[in-house]
Design a protein around this ligand. Structure first.
Ligand SMILES: Nc1ncnc2c1ncn2[C@@H]1O[C@H](COP(=O)(O)OP(=O)(O)OP(=O)(O)O)[C@@H](O)[C@H]1O
Ligand SMILES: [Mg+2]
Length: 267
């Protein structure tokens, strides 16, 4: 089974792209076949994969608009050992371009279908909005990873995201589940982090990943070199944490391959 995981949170700067890049590389380095889809017009996952987003032949916009297929859009990232469906700023035009397109929220799902069985994991880096781009990611996904920065206000907005996930599950994708809540920029010395963690565990219980990603400067530096942290500095705490997350995910899927956890009541 291919696990298609949308990495989503409409709040900006919470670690979605950092998670997409480093989880993709960690899964790939553990022997999994991985593709990463950049669905954010900022193109940070593309740049962070060492690809120049200004010179793309095809992008995920072409996939959505059926102007190119998966095979002609996909690139390989040597350092990360994963495949990338890149993007750039032209993806901002998707909203308008898809306006009159039938089944417009199912475009990504259909574009991924022919290639999905070539991969164990397809990760989708979502933009910081609940736009048609995120809806396409949710409609294509089997699970959602929600990165949450352990700070004040971080729980705000999660209920809107959970409601959107439930709506997409009802209307378009009954298999969709919350795969897990991921604490990012985690600092166990901060009482605020501890308070947010307690609240997350209270609302989401076992859905909170045991692995938390610490604040680590190597994670912020690596993308400017077009590298995942595990090749930039494999002994860094950030790289080790993302390898731990990949291990936790794979173990979960080995135990219950077709049965990720159902969303609990929203907070
Ligand atoms: N664990 C971490 N430790 C230190 N810096 C981090 C960590 N995670 C992310 N960052 C940095 O924080 C900033 C935001 O991270 P990132 O780009 O991954 O968030 P995002 O949710 O994808 O943002 P956007 O919503 O704009 O797409 C980046 O500069 C990134 O390098
Ligand atoms: Mg991002």
């Amino acid at each position: 089974m291919t696990h298609i995981l949308a990495i989503a949170n409409q709040k900006g700067g919470v670690g979605k792209t950092t998670t997409a890049l480093n989880l993709a590389a960690s899964l790939a380095h553990s022997g999994k076949r991985v593709a990463l889809v950049d669905m954010d017009p900022q193109g940070n996952a593309t740049t962070g994969s060492g690809i120049d987003k200004q010179t793309l032949q095809h992008s995920s916009l072409d996939l959505l608009l059926d102007r190119a297929d998966f095979a002609s859009t996909v690139l390989h990232c040597k350092a990360g050992k994963y495949d990338l469906l890149p993007t750039n700023g032209t993806l901002t035009t998707a909203e308008v371009a898809l306006l009159k397109t039938p089944m417009r929220e199912q475009r990504l799902r259909h574009a991924l279908l022919p290639a999905a069985t070539n991969y164990d994991y397809i990760l989708i880096d979502c933009p910081p909005s609940l736009s048609i781009l995120s809806i396409n990611a949710l409609a294509a996904a089997t699970g959602v990873i929600i990165p949450v920065q352990c700070e004040f206000f971080s729980l705000e907005g999660i209920s809107a995201l959970v409601a959107t996930i439930e709506k997409v599950a009802r209307m378009a994708n009954p298999k969709l589940r919350i795969e897990g809540i991921l604490q990012t920029m985690y600092d166990p010395r901060s009482t605020l982090t501890m308070d947010v963690e307690a609240e997350l565990k209270n609302h989401f219980g076992q859905q909170v990943f045991q692995t938390a990603i610490p604040r680590n400067v190597r994670l912020a530096e690596a993308p400017s070199h077009g590298l995942p942290a595990l090749t930039y500095d494999k002994h860094s705490r950030g790289a080790i944490a993302y390898r731990g997350l990949a291990g936790e995910l794979v173990r979960r899927h080995q135990h219950k391959p077709n049965n990720p956890q159902k969303p609990k009541e929203q907070p």
